[in-house]
Design a protein around this ligand. Structure first.
Ligand code: GDP
Ligand code: MN
Length: 392
């Protein structure tokens, strides 16, 4: 779950981090009223789930209420990251002396959280090679002296060493306590000789959102891309029961429905399908041994969509998901949509638990299944070939 800037700041402020306070609004009139309350120069920003707003013209400076209202109106005409801007924020404008970047993320190769600090803060941090990095123990957090060390490496003014160490240490605590995947403050600005966060980005692990309960409830759903009807229905199917995942999907407009395993393997498969000229109808995650009914409902949903001619079922080697349960659910789902499984299925490749039972069941339907001797790449290629050969 990604939080918007004003939500991220609010959450992080709860850990004692200093930010310019953003007020969110959804109309130019509200922005004008807030500008009047604030008095003086302000910054008006689009609240969207996308970085790089500065470069996209979605961060506007205004001298007073009229200009702020005009900026808000302009922003709400914009589309950013394929979504309309519906929420804008306003905050007092400050005089920036210097900009830093502070962040915490998971380093998946080291399997440890990692704190980051750079003196190339602002809108260009992505292109910077100057970055202090320190892994830290997730049980102990990041000690302030380590944060001070990172800030010193980036040449921060001596008077700001202690505040910077404290900031990084609190940011790391927020990251751990909120089960975040990423927290970023950019810029962490030097203002009036002290440190002040002007922008923040927080992303929480979806599977931990429930643990934050009321703290996050207020933010849920706001500003997200609006789900399509198919995506909402898939979510409903996934929530039918707690066993396994089947239905976390993103809709595309192609003809090839996909039942693919979650994580890296499904990204690989999706990319391979695109590379071979296939047109996916969806990206999808299934795994964790979903029930037959979940798979059936999801399959029926996918193959009933107008324009979907074929289905490919491709997973990496499974050990807790049962291939035969997926096969049975898939066959049932295609039947429910009034079609014949052998007309619809291009490839079925789920090596691992119960694969022989799955193969026998599919053979009875006239469908040849693929085993682990066929690579994910090759399975994707075959799926595309078959979906094009019989495209209707
Ligand atoms: P982003 O481009 O989406 O990361 O949006 P930011 O909120 O970080 O704003 C982009 C840039 O605008 C920042 O890096 C700052 O340089 C600048 N900026 C934002 N707020 C202020 C402010 O209050 N005063 C000044 N002078 N610059 C600001
Ligand atoms: Mn920023």
């Amino acid at each position: 779950m990604k939080l918007l800037e004003h939500q991220s700041k609010e959450l992080l402020a709860g850990f004692g981090l200093g930010f310019t306070r953003s007020n969110a609004a959804s109309s130019a009139d509200e922005i004008a009223r807030l500008a009047r309350e604030l008095g003086g120069p302000v910054v008006v920003k689009a609240q969207v789930h996308a970085g790089g707003r500065g470069k996209a013209g979605a961060v506007r400076f205004a001298e007073g209420p009229d200009e702020a209202a005009r900026a808000a109106r302009d922003l709400m005409e914009m589309r950013l990251a394929r979504a309309r801007v519906t929420t804008v924020s306003i905050e007092p404008r400050v005089q920036i002396e210097r900009e830093f970047y502070a962040g915490v993320a998971w380093d998946t190769s080291e399997r440890l959280p990692m704190a980051l600090f750079s003196d190339a803060g602002g809108v260009d941090v992505e292109n910077s090679h100057r970055m202090a990095r320190r892994h830290f123990d997730p049980w102990r957090g990041l000690e302030a002296h380590v944060g001070r060390d990172m800030a010193a490496e980036m040449g921060i003014d001596r008077r700001l060493l202690a505040p910077a160490g404290d900031f990084l240490s609190r940011l790391a605590r927020a990251f751990l306590e909120c089960d975040a995947l990423l927290v970023e403050v950019n810029p962490l600005a030097v203002v009036d000789g002290g440190l002040l966060g002007l922008d923040a980005h927080v992303e929480i692990d979806d599977d931990a959102v429930f643990r934050l309960g009321a703290r996050l409830q207020a933010f849920a759903g706001s500003g997200d891309r609006v789900l399509t009807a198919l995506e909402r229905e898939a979510q409903r199917i996934d929530s039918m029961d707690h066993r396994g995942v089947a239905g976390r999907l993103v809709e595309f407009d192609g003809n090839l429905g996909l039942l693919i395993g979650g994580g890296g393997a499904s990204l690989t498969v999706f990319d391979a399908i695109r590379r071979h000229g296939g047109r996916p109808a969806n990206y999808c995650e299934i795994g964790g041994n979903p029930t037959e009914e979940k798979v059936a409902a999801l399959t029926a949903l996918l193959v009933s969509k107008p324009g979907v001619t074929h289905l490919a079922v491709i997973m990496n080697v499974v050990n807790n998901t049962r291939a035969d349960v997926v096969a049975r659910g898939m066959i049932e789902g295609i039947r429910r949509s009034g079609r014949r499984p052998s007309d619809v299925v291009t490839v079925f490749r789920i090596p691992g638990s119960w694969e022989q039972e799955a193969a026998a069941m599919l053979a009875a339907e006239g469908i040849a299944s693929l085993g682990r001797e066929t690579s994910l790449e090759e399975a994707a290629r075959l799926a595309v070939e078959r979906s094009l050969a019989h495209a209707t």
